[in-house]
Design a protein around this ligand. Structure first.
Ligand SMILES: [Cu+2]
Length: 79
């Protein structure tokens, strides 16, 4: 966890299954990147991988996971 401009940023990797094409990846990107506090995001549907860097005073893992699941995919924090 590093301090950046007064906020606590963290980078979390999620395993997301069900993203079968670039369109799936775009919808995940669109929904999650809209959250306040997201500073960076990577989506790789071929690798079931989503990486989000966010300010944990504004957002949390469960919110991100719920948003992805609501789109019809299955998300979990990578262990
Ligand atoms: Cu798709």
């Amino acid at each position: 966890m590093k301090k950046k401009e007064g906020f606590f940023m963290k980078t979390v990797e999620y395993v997301v299954t069900g993203m079968t094409c670039g369109g799936c990846a775009s919808s995940v990107r669109r929904v999650v990147s809209r959250n306040k506090g997201v500073s960076d995001m990577e989506v790789e549907n071929m690798e079931n991988r989503v990486v989000v860097t966010y300010d944990e005073s504004q957002l949390d893992d469960q919110t991100i996971i719920d948003q992805i699941n609501r789109l019809g995919f299955k998300a979990a924090v990578k262990q």
